[in-house]
Ligand binder design. Sequence first.
Ligand code: ADP
Length: 487
Amino acid sequence: MKLPLGYVDSEGTGKIRKIVIDSSAATETFLAHNLPDKAVSYATPVGLLAMMMIFDWKLGLICLIPAVIAFVLMGTLMMGPKMAEDMKQYQNALEAMSAEAVEYVRGIPVVKTFGQTIYTFKRFKAAIDEYEKWTLGYTKNMMLPMVAFTTAANAIFAVIIIAAFIFTSNGVTDNFVLNLFFYMIITSVLTVTLMKVAYAGESQMIVDDALNRMYEILETEPLPETEKEETPKDSSIKLDNITFAYENSSNNAIDGVSLSVKSGEHIALVGPSGGGKTTLASLIARFWDVKSGSIKIGGADVKNIPMNSLMNYVSYVFQDSKMLKMSIKDNIRMGKPDATDEEIINALHDAQCMDIIEKLPDGIDTMIGSKGIYVSGGECQRLSIARAFLKNAPVLILDEATAFADPDNERLVQQAFEKLSKNKTVIMIAHRLSTITNADNIYVMSDGKIAESGTHNELLSKGGIYNHMWNEYNKSVNWQVGKAGKK
Ligand code: ADP
């Protein structure tokens, strides 16, 4: 819970899910099942060794020959650092495949609607191929050592029969026959023990790998907590020459951006995809820390505002908002845990959600995600606006959805946005330029920089990128209207 929001965003839920569920399950299997086996596999050979030497040390030694060979094979070929590394790669491939599978399952509606196949999900296909490569490689590497080991471990019985023939070539004593029976019985125990040691070794490698993965998460540093706490004086925002690069990338996603927004002003971020709009907005909510420069809300550096207060100051309405599997009421209440039912209904009303509530069987007590009750993307965004209404934070970051299924929804979301934005400082990541013509300032982001800024009219008269975007936008709108008219 302490890790930066950006971490969860970029690691991918599939990978974290696998570690939380599978890796921790692996430690349970080890502790509950393999650890006792391991104790047995260490204790039994010692006891066996003593017994095998007591009755007939020659037969005892002969039994030990294949056992020693099996041990050596196991230690050198089946465990060693090379195998541990292979196991790690194998688990990595499994992890990648699991992460991609989650994405694939989420995308099934698209695949079905557009008649696509698994091959459209290139990354999933690549993950499966990679997994296949490692599984086959691992299996091939293990094939010979495993056959040799199993043969050696099971050869003890054969060796003892051959030895018996040799030792009895000059006649048989009763004592020898009794000893032979003893060794014939005891050798099967030796074989079973050797197999157990081998499996215990394998589960040790699996649990080591699982622990390493869990530590990777546990050792990730949360964003540093401040020692000199500051409280924002108002809801103005000031970015001073900030730069930011994602960990796995050498380019700056944000490259020297400065801007200031007065309390109550509404600004819009527009520009080509990949220009840095989302990154800039998420830096203001401190999903990550900037590499250089500073971000201030009401004069206080976001690094010095304790996380809880910052979250009370900033509401973020994401493009793909998530509803959890609980009642609508509890979902909305996340915006303000002590909200009364009346406050929740008011928020739903303000966020234009009443039509959603009316069609649900139990109104605001309906469980989302159960018995086939789901809300559409646009409805989900309106519900998350209701959350933001309840939270009533003075700074609002709105990520406008790129596409809505229907114009009704689009209109309702717009109305809800407008109402929510009143008396707040608003940063809107906009895709439809018509919604931001009244913004106090529009920033065109491109390649992590501010390419242009000004009001709608100022930018149009500049005749630059924005002007071009506006013309293109109008063309596409007219085209849609034209098409609709011809129908
Ligand atoms: P926009 O919102 O304008 O489409 P983004 O802020 O999403 O732009 O992206 C800016 C740049 O940062 C792009 O080059 C994108 O590929 C990169 N980027 C975005 N998110 C991540 C991430 N989690 N990890 C690495 N690079 C990222």
